[in-house]
Design a protein around this ligand. Structure first.
Ligand code: AMP
Length: 541
């Protein structure tokens, strides 16, 4: 017997319709590249998304086509999120920090018909255009007065397109499994792979992130997503904020400590999300200038491990609750968030931090397990570490255009992360499987060693890689960036590890470097480090 409830497809357009209808006066604030602020409301955003939808009709864009965006977090990008997906077209957000050859590859692979771009990417577009013959038009996200002089043919003006259209438009209804957006993994090796989200997966993910034990979004929040809208749909925040009617503050390209602090304070931001490097930059700025955030309550840290020292400083100096979160492009991205249970309330601060620095519990909708290399499930005892697998309605089952079906035979997605899960369900990443250091048949967690190194007051950033060793197979080498104006010796750093990690985990050597390489999404680029140090001879060999 079937249930007798209405069959209403879960569509992205319903999010902006809801925000307009019930939170129409709530502001969407955007920091622009010239330092000025643009503000309007959800009702304005919805009106312009409908004008855009009408413009697509004139551009002969059809359901299933892909439209690229090369843009910072701003109101026009938000209009594209809803205006493109709302008509059944795929919003393909492109990460401008990828190498130009990779951008070129993904625009061609996605077969984007049009690409919308912020003016700061005009010269990038000039270089890309000759290699992207199928792109029918490049649309500058600006008005007529600010149109750039470009040698590229087919450059259109966004505001002209919108001005020519009425806002009289009804969002179409279609199958909720229709593709809605596309994001390529930053892949440190090989070509990037496309992850194709659906309306259903996106709306379910928006519900999930709003939950109290997830990002806890509400109509009383002012949310500033630092995470770029070109990285896994801005972690779903543009959709989640519309679903609950939260005020949204889009910071544009200025993500330095000073600009962020000003925006947090001016707009009375209550919740924010981004990668650890951004928060490290903000924290340093706040410490140097003796400043305190006055309205911010929650800060989501994800995309890379949040060092315990960073968490403590943010919580104890700034009074902000830090939520450690884990996810991937393939998981939409939210998989886990780390929030204490009632039983932790009576524990000491130390015990609470030991839990809070883990990557967290599965959000309802995501299932997790860990296995050994033969696929045997490992116990959830907080000790055993193995390959992390996940499944759920917003986890990818294959890559765009048949670039591989990553699932195991029994339908789980292997994340490539190595993790433990404790009896309360808290997952802790120890490494990427390819970064784990295999010493004498045992595994050493590079993340634990990096977190320990960063806890030293003279170290700004650290990376640990495995170096070939004739006896142990691999041994850890620490590459560290010193904080400016402080000095520290190799010996002092190695001594600092004593008593903090197992003796045999202590790195065999330390090399001080001026900077460490990062991927386009701000993660340590360990493939490059392994290449650069492939001939390095440890003193213990
Ligand atoms: P991406 O698909 O580019 O977002 O990268 C996903 C990968 O980032 C994951 O598989 C993890 O290796 C890493 N990652 C994401 N969040 C965390 C976290 N909180 N702690 C450690 N690693 C993380």
């Amino acid at each position: 017997m079937l249930g007798q409830m209405m069959q209403m497809p879960l569509l992205i357009s319903s999010l902006i319709v809801h925000a307009d209808k019930y939170h129409g006066d709530i502001e969407v604030v955007s920091g622009l590249s010239d330092g000025s602020i643009h503000r309007y409301t959800y009702t304005d955003a919805h009106k312009r998304a409908r004008q855009l939808a009408n413009a697509f009709d004139k551009l002969s864009v059809k359901i299933g086509d892909r439209i690229g965006t090369l843009a910072w977090n701003g109101y026009r990008h938000l209009e594209l999120y809803f205006g493109i997906s709302g008509i059944g077209v795929v919003t393909h957000t492109i990460n401008p920090r990828l190498f130009p050859e990779q951008i070129n590859y993904i625009i061609n692979h996605a077969e984007d018909d049009y690409v919308f771009f912020d003016l700061s990417f005009a010269s990038l577009i000039e270089n890309l255009a000759p290699h992207c013959k199928q792109v029918k038009g490049w649309i500058a996200l600006t008005d007529r007065i600010h149109m750039p002089e470009m040698k590229t043919a087919n450059v259109l003006c966004y505001e002209d397109l919108l001005n020519a259209e009425s806002d009289d438009f009804e969002w179409p209804s279609f199958d909720e499994n229709t593709a809605s957006s596309l994001c390529y993994t930053s892949g440190t090796t090989g070509n990037p792979k496309g992850v194709l989200y659906s309306h259903r997966s996106t709306v379910l993910h928006a519900y999930a992130i709003a939950l109290p034990d997830c990002l806890s979004l509400s109509a009383r929040d002012t949310v500033l997503p630092v995470v770029p809208m070109f990285h896994v749909n801005g972690w779903g925040l543009p959709y989640g904020c519309a679903a609950v009617g939260a005020k949204i503050v889009l910071p544009g390209p200025c993500l330095d400590g000073a600009s962020l602090f000003e925006l947090f304070e001016k707009e009375k931001v209550t919740m924010t999300a981004g990668v650890p490097t951004i928060w490290l930059g903000l924290l340093t700025y706040l410490q140097q200038n003796k400043l305190k955030l006055s309205t911010l309550k929650r800060m989501v840290v994800g995309g890379a491990a949040c060092a315990p020292t960073l968490m403590r400083s943010l919580e104890e100096e700034q009074g902000v609750e830090v939520l450690h979160a884990w996810g991937m492009t393939e998981t939409s991205p939210l998989g886990t968030t780390c929030i204490l249970k009632a039983k932790h309330a009576t524990q000491s601060k130390e015990q609470q931090y030991a839990v809070k620095t883990k990557q967290g519990r599965a959000v309802y909708g995501v299932e997790m397990k860990i296995t050994d290399n033969d696929g045997r499930e490992l116990p959830c005892n907080g000790e055993a570490a193995g390959n992390l697998l996940v499944r759920g309605p917003w986890i990818a089952r294959e890559y765009f255009k048949g670039d591989g079906s990553p699932l195991t035979a029994d339908g789980w997605f292997p994340t490539g992360d190595v993790a433990s899960i404790d009896a309360d369900g808290y997952m802790q990443i120890t490494d990427r499987s390819k970064d784990v250091i295999k010493s004498g048949g045992e595994w050493i967690s590079s993340i634990t060693l990096e977190n320990t190194a960063i806890a030293h007051p003279a170290i700004a950033e650290a990376a640990v890689i495995g170096i070939h060793h004739p006896k142990w197979d691999e041994r850890p080498l620490l590459l560290a960036v010193k904080k400016s104006n402080v000095d520290v010796s190799k010996e002092e750093i190695l001594h600092f590890f004593e008593g903090k990690v197992a003796k045999w985990w202590i790195p065999d050597d330390v090399v001080f470097v001026d900077q460490l390489p990062h991927t386009a999404t701000g993660k340590l680029l360990k493939t490059k480090l392994r290449e650069d140090f492939s001939a390095y001879k440890l003193p213990t060999t």
